[in-house]
Design a protein around this ligand. Structure first.
Ligand SMILES: *[C@@H]1O[C@H](CO)[C@@H](O)[C@H](O)[C@H]1NC(C)=O
Ligand SMILES: *[C@@H]1O[C@H](CO)[C@@H](O)[C@H](O)[C@H]1NC(C)=O
Ligand SMILES: *[C@@H]1O[C@H](CO)[C@@H](O)[C@H](O)[C@H]1NC(C)=O
Ligand SMILES: *[C@@H]1O[C@H](CO)[C@@H](O)[C@H](O)[C@H]1NC(C)=O
Length: 707
């Protein structure tokens, strides 16, 4: 088998008409009793070639021209690839009485051949003889040395009634022989030789003889007694285009003679192998009826409606994936397993799926790249080398802030969220967004982060880490639970504050600021908002150094810092930020602490102007002090703080005390309150847990207050 046949086979799969319908002569009965009648066979005038008539009585097809007495029923007729007629022929038989005389028989010769077209197929049939003392032969062919040129037959013998065995046809009750070609009838000769007489036999009194298609008969011992009248056997007849008068043509001359019968395109002449004459065949690769004037079509040699595949000695035929056939695709067409709409739905579904997966991947890659780019932009490559700085990923940060679920408020540049680190102490932190960092600001930003990291003082808010993967860097600070001094004094967390507490807050803040100044850092934006208080009300200076960064982008600086009232007028005029500028701002904070008034209060009250005014006119700030503490007999202390604030607010920077002096002065006042307290009560030193800084040597700075 060759795969080159695949193409015609596939082409044929599209053709629906059956091969049989093409072999029929148009206008003639196509079949009789289920038997197809292909031309040159035919029923009725003009439908058959002479010699090929088929009779159709009672829906039984029979050969015409066989003599009137015997009907040879037709099983099937074929034209190509083998010209053949399968027919049913009655068996020949003869029975004897015990004297050995024939008493009944059926020895009618079937003459298939008035027109000479049929021969008994010598390759497909064999001769069987059944009997217990018999020799039967047949003969045929033209006259030769004897009357015929062929004689063939065999003898069957039984020693007793039990000799014959089922399935054993080797001479005991049954014999069989091949037959020669050219036999044109089923004439059987039962020898009358006395040596084969049945006289005196008690068994096997009937003899039978028949030519039958090979493989279709198996001998049974019981058949030695069968009723011959009712028994027919199948026989195969070869046929060819030939004449009875011996003038049959062979292919050597037939095609050039009038009446040549291979009239179809793609037909060829083939010499008959069983008797004279010729047959027509389709040429290689075509099929159809070569005896009819029509176009033969490519042979459907290996019927397959799907995909054909060669295997040794045969072939496989499978439907394409997704297709199935009702039964075998060799016979029935393949149809889609899924209806078209389902296919379309699946197709669209798959497309969408892959699209989504693709987009998702692209998105993930993009996000990763974005994180990396931001990290780089935000100076990550420099900062990752800084010892002691925790660098959090975007993911870490999300976990730390529990997805920004606890918002604390607004910082300079965005919202501030509360979070919890995953360390053992589960440290609570505040996460703030910082200013957007661009190429020019990378250095300032990284320096700023390093400075903040270096600031290690109990009164300076501690930087704990940062995250650089977002387009704006996020900084992680220690958490100040009580909020800002502004919140406590004026805002939502307002609470009762004793003079001592206010002093402690002032002292802590002053220590934080003086520590910064000692490290050559200026805050630039000292105000109650930037003094945060932890659980124990210990102040923490925050948001320092921002002004430096902000100055780089002037517009933002003006907009964000905005609150001029705390700003040193000298700084405002010169743009030069000195430690004394922080001292000025801290003076304002001190005024707020003792008065609990906002820097701008009422319709047009200014804390600084009011205080200056009453210190000039009344030499006392009493009228401005917070009523809550005036009652506490702390007036003297408050007056001292007020005077210190006034000193801080001096116009000339040189006249202002340094931050360290401010801190010392406040410490001194604090000591005084403690002394007073120990004098008044036996409890001595009041709970000093709120004192956040270790006592430092107190120098005499009163001159500053009185100057
Ligand atoms: C056998 O048949 C022949 C002829 O019909 C007859 O003469 C003979 O008597 C028969 N023998 C027996 C035993 O019937
Ligand atoms: C029958 O057989 C015998 C011997 O077996 C033989 O002599 C005789 O010729 C044979 N008869 C015929 C008619 O052949
Ligand atoms: C043989 O018969 C055919 C018709 O069947 C006829 O045409 C042809 O002449 C005959 N040939 C002879 C030699 O009689
Ligand atoms: C007809 O042709 C086919 C191959 O095409 C071949 O198998 C077959 O034997 C041929 N028939 C005869 C009668 O030669």
């Amino acid at each position: 088998m060759s795969t080159t046949l695949l193409l015609p086979v596939l082409l044929l799969a599209a053709m629906v008409a059956s091969a049989e319908s093409l072999t029929l002569k148009p206008g003639c009965r196509p079949s009789c009793g289920g038997v197809e009648i292909p031309y040159p066979f035919g029923i009725g005038q003009g439908c058959f070639r002479p010699g090929f008539e088929i009779l159709c009585d009672n829906n039984m097809a029979a050969l015409g021209n066989t003599g009137q007495a015997i009907e040879v029923f037709v099983l099937s007729l074929s034209v190509t690839p083998r010209p053949e007629a399968r027919v049913m022929v009655p068996v020949t038989w003869q029975c004897y009485n015990t004297s050995g005389d024939p008493i009944d028989w059926y020895i009618r010769t079937v003459d298939y051949n008035p027109a000479g077209v049929y021969r008994i197929s010598n390759t497909r049939n064999e001769l069987y003889v059944l009997g217990c003392n018999t020799f039967v032969y047949t003969n045929g062919g033209p006259r030769g040395r004897s009357t015929y040129s062929y004689y063939t037959g065999c003898a069957a013998y039984c020693d007793n009634a039990q000799s014959a065995k089922d399935g054993d046809c080797t001479g005991v009750g049954c014999c069989h022989v091949d037959i020669p070609p050219g036999l044109s009838d089923n004439k059987m000769r039962f020898t009358e030789d006395p040596n084969w007489s049945h006289s005196g036999m008690e068994f096997g009194l009937c003899d039978y003889a028949f030519i039958v298609e090979k493989g279709s008969y198996t001998f049974r011992a019981a058949d030695l007694g069968m009723d011959g009248r009712r028994t027919s056997k199948p026989l195969r007849l070869d046929w060819a285009i030939r004449d009875s008068n011996g003038s049959s043509l062979a292919c050597a001359e037939a095609p050039t003679m009038p009446g040549y019968t291979c009239v179809s395109e793609h037909s060829e002449c083939v010499d008959s192998t069983n008797g004279p004459g010729y047959v027509c065949n389709c040429t290689q690769g075509y099929e159809g009826n070569p005896y009819q004037r029509m176009r033969a079509r490519p042979r459907k040699e290996f019927p397959c409606n799907g995909i054909c595949q060669d295997i040794e000695g045969s072939y496989n035929c499978k439907c394409r994936p997704g297709y199935e056939s009702n039964g075998s695709p060799k016979e029935n067409p393949c149809t889609p397993k899924f209806p078209l709409p389902a296919k379309i739905a699946i197709g669209i579904g798959l497309c969408v799926f892959f699209l989504v997966v693709g987009l998702l991947l692209a998105f993930i890659v993009h996000q990763k790249r974005k994180l990396a780019v931001h990290f780089e932009m935000n100076g990550g490559n420099i900062l990752k080398k800084v010892i002691g700085l925790a660098i959090f990923t975007h993911k870490d940060l999300k976990k730390i802030t529990n997805n920004n679920s606890d918002r604390l408020g607004n910082g300079y540049f965005g919202e501030v969220y509360k979070g919890t680190l995953f360390d053992e102490a589960r440290t609570i932190v505040a996460v703030k967004s910082f200013i957007k960092v661009d190429k020019e600001r990378i250095q300032e930003f990284t320096e700023e982060v390093m400075i903040q990291l270096r600031m290690a003082h109990p009164n300076v808010l501690k930087l704990m880490g940062c995250c650089l993967q977002l387009h704006i860097p996020m900084l992680v600070y220690e958490f100040a639970a009580k909020g800002s001094l502004r919140d406590i004094l004026h805002g939502k967390k307002q609470q009762k504050l004793t003079t001592k507490l206010r002093l402690d807050i002032a002292i802590g803040s002053a220590h934080g600021l003086s520590y910064m100044h000692s490290e050559d850092i200026r805050h630039g934006d000292v105000k109650p908002d930037n003094i945060l208080l932890n659980d124990n009300l210990i102040p923490k200076i925050s948001d320092f150094g921002l002004s430096k960064l902000l100055n780089l982008g002037e517009k933002i600086a003006k907009k964000v810092i905005g609150c001029d009232s705390y700003m040193d007028p000298v700084f405002k005029n010169t743009g030069l930020l000195t430690p004394k500028s922080d001292v000025y701002s801290f003076g304002v904070v001190l005024l707020e602490l003792i008065s609990r008034k906002q820097i701008v209060y009422g319709p047009n009250g200014s804390l600084i102007i009011e205080f200056r005014h009453i210190y000039e006119t009344e030499k006392s700030g009493r009228s401005m002090f917070d009523k809550e503490i005036v009652a506490q007999d702390d007036i003297l202390i408050l007056e001292e703080i007020g005077k210190l604030a006034m000193a801080c607010l001096k116009e000339h920077q040189d006249s202002r005390p340094g931050m360290i002096e401010v801190a010392e002065q406040l410490m001194k006042l604090r000591k005084k309150t403690l002394d007073d307290a120990s004098n008044n009560t036996e409890m001595g030193a009041t709970a000093d847990a709120t004192l956040s800084v270790p006592p430092s040597p107190i120098s005499d700075t009163t001159r500053l207050i009185h100057s």
